[in-house]
Design a protein around this ligand. Structure first.
Ligand SMILES: Cc1cc2nc3c(=O)[nH]c(=O)nc-3n(C[C@H](O)[C@H](O)[C@H](O)COP(=O)(O)O)c2cc1C
Length: 188
């Protein structure tokens, strides 16, 4: 079956490490014939959730911004790829804002629109010890996905990428990311 994959890119840096990893990952996915789209959050207008809870009371969000189309893309996708650098033990503010706005799907009337989907987590980070650095982030993703009814397929971390161009010295990372994409789409 031709599955739809939505990549959500939460990096703040254009042409940085996350962009390079995702480029390789998406090549792997398309090699397998899957339909992949990327939402680059830094290029979109996504307001901070203001906690009005209109989405819980009226099943619609207070804002008409790029999240309207993005929610539609989320609903039409089978696999969601959450990709973010680690910022202070967590995802970037861009990714956090995006996930906050998924609160719409937390309501029992809307949850069926997202529940049962699969997620893949991709993380880039500056420090070498990925296990230690990503403890908080791993727990965060697990709890959010559990609350939304989304199953995490796997989590992939790419450590030791502090500088913007650090990825250029790690060809094994882009190769690995490409293989993750190929495996996901059944190409290998
Ligand atoms: C504000 C900020 C906070 C960061 N916090 C962490 C951290 O807690 N742990 C870590 O390993 N790297 C941390 N980093 C490094 C980034 O995760 C790393 O540079 C990553 O590769 C950036 O991805 P990008 O090139 O796509 O922007 C931080 C970077 C910034 C700018």
């Amino acid at each position: 079956m031709n599955k739809r994959i939505l990549v959500i890119n939460g990096s703040t840096r254009e042409n940085g490490n996350t962009d390079a990893i995702l480029k390789a990952f998406m090549k792997g996915v398309t090699d397998g014939g899957f339909n992949v789209r990327e939402a680059v959050l830094r290029d979109l207008t996504i307001n901070n959730c203001i906690g009005c809870c209109k989405c819980q009371k009226e099943q619609k969000c207070n804002f008409q911004d790029d999240m309207t189309e993005l929610r539609d893309m989320v609903m039409k996708s089978n696999i969601l790829v959450f990709a973010s650098p680690i910022y202070w033990c967590e995802v970037t503010g861009l990714m956090k804002t995006f996930i906050d706005r998924l609160y719409f799907f937390h309501h029992k009337e809307n949850n069926h629109l997202i529940a049962g989907k699969k997620a893949l987590i991709i993380t880039t980070l500056g420090e070498k010890d990925a296990n230690y650095e990503s403890q908080v982030l791993v727990e965060f993703y697990k709890r959010c996905m559990h609350s939304l009814g989304i199953e995490i397929l796997n989590m992939h971390s790419y450590p030791d990428l502090m500088e913007k161009d650090a990825i250029t010295k790690k060809p094994e990372y882009t190769e690995a990311a490409c293989n993750v994409g190929r495996k996901l789409s059944g190409a290998v």
